[in-house]
Design a protein around this ligand. Structure first.
Ligand code: SF4
Length: 49
């Protein structure tokens, strides 16, 4: 079974700005940054995913 690779856009703290980037706690983050690279180690999957 392959594990889903989560990125910032799957994170419940991510608020999309456009296709490529979004806002996280007032900082701009890339949509496709892998969750394991989260500087705050605060990744949490969105509800229901
Ligand atoms: S908390 Fe981390 S994983 Fe979530 S959007 Fe912000 S930088 Fe990305």
């Amino acid at each position: 079974m392959s594990e889903k690779k989560y990125t910032c856009k799957d994170c419940k703290y991510y608020k999309p700005i456009d296709e490529m980037k979004g806002d996280c706690f007032g900082h701009e983050v890339p949509a496709d940054m892998p969750a394991e690279q989260c500087p705050a180690k605060a990744f949490e999957p969105r509800e229901g995913e």
